[in-house]
Design a protein around this ligand. Structure first.
Ligand code: Q46
Ligand code: ZN
Length: 299
């Protein structure tokens, strides 16, 4: 690991990762041993490794798998669900499975088409549905915190994108912990300081079976382009990604980033249909409106 000027054997690597994760969890005040954690698992290396690490560290962590109904010629959703269920069974862990089609009548690609929010590119609909469902399950089942497997490469790519457009609101909110408020669960990213390669190594060395394919809709996305750019930078300057992200967190913490008082807190009210908080003026949340539109019978 050139970025840390560190080389470890398998045995020590498998100790080092959870130990580091435990440190980040404490450093950023993510959660305590007494709290109930819901881990969003996709069947990929990051989320399964995260679950593995949390359990290993003695945290109470259950899983949530969201069935998106994505095929993409590789049977993506079925295969990722199969691997997630297998992991949960092998480690004797509790997994909640929510199938979007069963719950709301349509799979993600169909919802995207019907709601006109993105035919052939359902990521906007998918992201909206994932946020909504994760929060719903966390709230309904009484979890204190929602953990996702975002790694450093993910976070650096988001940061890069937000910096390119100077999206101050997003920049002020990006970080390892997003505090919960008004019915929104606290969200944490315990892997945010691990390189993607580090998580791949962790999964492989532990013999965790995960889905190798990316979601077929991820191809050609902006975030993949940013990741490639950052990897080029990293090749020439080992540690560049980590420094980019950590220096940002430092600047944000010092309040050096923007003048925070200009960032207003949006007024939230409960959605009349599902009860989750929304800032949509006077009406249903964007998710319920999207489902509503998708279910209007077509003449
Ligand atoms: S799962 Fe969903 Fe991603 Fe697939 S459809 Fe797009 S947002 S790429 S992380
Ligand atoms: Zn709603």
């Amino acid at each position: 690991m050139r970025q840390h000027k560190l080389a470890l054997c398998k045995e020590h690597y498998l100790e080092w990762v959870p130990e580091q994760a435990g440190r980040f969890i404490k450093k950023y005040g993510m959660f305590e041993k007494s709290e109930k954690i819901l881990v969003a698992v996709s069947g990929g290396k990051d989320s399964l490794s995260l679950w593995h690490i949390l359990v290993k560290l003695g945290y109470q962590a259950d899983g949530l798998y969201l069935g998106l109904g994505i095929d993409g010629g590789v049977d993506y959703s079925h295969e990722s669900q199969r691997l997630t269920e297998r992991f949960a069974a092998a480690h004797n862990l509790k997994l909640h499975v929510v199938d979007v089609e069963k719950e709301y009548g349509h799979s993600i690609p169909v919802l995207a088409e019907k709601s006109h929010r993105g035919y052939g590119k359902p990521c906007a609909v998918c992201g909206l549905a994932k946020r909504h469902e994760m929060n719903r399950i966390a709230r309904d089942l009484g979890y204190d915190v929602l953990a996702t497997g975002h790694n450093l490469d993910d976070e650096a790519a988001v940061l890069f994108g937000n910096t390119l457009s100077w999206s101050s609101e997003y920049l002020l909110r990006q970080g390892p912990v997003l505090e919960g408020r008004d019915g929104l669960a606290r969200k944490v990213k315990p892997l945010c300081r691990f390189y993607e390669r580090e998580m791949t190594a962790y999964a492989i060395l532990n013999g965790i079976e995960y889905i190798y394919e990316e979601c077929p809709f991820a191809a050609g996305s902006q975030s993949i382009m940013y990741k490639e750019l950052l990897n080029q930078l990293e090749t020439n300057r080992p540690g560049a990604k980590l420094i980019f992200y950590l220096q940002f967190l430092e600047a944000r913490k010092r309040g050096d980033l923007f003048i925070e008082k200009n960032a207003q807190v949006l007024h939230m009210h409960p959605c009349p249909a599902c009860g989750q908080p929304t800032s949509a003026p006077g009406g249903e949340c964007s998710f319920c409106r999207m489902i509503g539109r998708a279910n209007i019978p077509q003449v």
